[in-house]
Design a protein around this ligand. Sequence first.
Ligand code: ADP
Ligand code: MG
Ligand code: MG
Length: 252
Amino acid sequence: MATLEIHDLHVSVEAENGPREILKGVDLTIKQGETHAVMGPNGSGKSTLAYSLAGHPKYTITGGTVTLDGEDVLAMSVDERARAGVFLAMQYPVEVPGVSVSNFLRTSATAVRGEAPKLRLWVKEVKEAMAKLQMDPAFAERNVNEGFSGGEKKRHEILQLELLKPKIAILDETDSGLDVDALRIVSEGVNRVREGGEVGTLLITHYTRILRYIKPDFVHVFANGRIVESGGAELADQLENEGYDKYVKGGA
Ligand code: ADP
Ligand code: MG
Ligand code: MG
């Protein structure tokens, strides 16, 4: 069972007036098969956590550790993290001019699997995964992210998730900008990937809406750069009713 362990993680970004600490001691352990929802107000540092785990160069780790089965994730390059099984949809470029979805996915799969998937099998695999997400087959020939609608971007993320089969999947605001139908299709995709019990999911979200479709095992409240409260799914209901005020005002 793969386990991602985040211990006392501190992260800074370079701001105009010098380095600014965004993450102030994050502790979180995610095991394969578990789904953890991290919920918090805007600007609390949720995306910073996602980017830091993915190895984005803008974020400087100033303290703490991140390990996957005891291996030092922070010492790994972005590619090494992907190969080790840590998946973050956003770690890929926003737009990749001249590269089709199909080729992009094959390159990613090659990086993760350590060898290029056989072309004929691969085409079939992609087709099947796209059909499950109710995507038009023509989508595979489009350039990555070029003119994608919000919903198409999210489906493309879930398509990567289905095909790359990571050990730990980090989904940052996957629900944002989706209408109800797209949200349902995307959530079903996440649930299919979860079903095998082989992926641990870090589901970062501002709103509780997506948790109606994807039931978390654990809910964590994130405020001011750290996790300030943890509980079960019932904590999300409490947040739905009460909002984040008490966590923000308390200066947690
Ligand atoms: P969230 O995802 O919870 O909305 P973010 O992680 O995006 O929060 O941002 C947390 C804080 O860090 C915000 O105040 C944001 O302005 C700041 N921040 C994040 N990334 C950068 C960056 N690259 N440069 C400067 N400030 C940043
Ligand atoms: Mg934000
Ligand atoms: Mg964010």
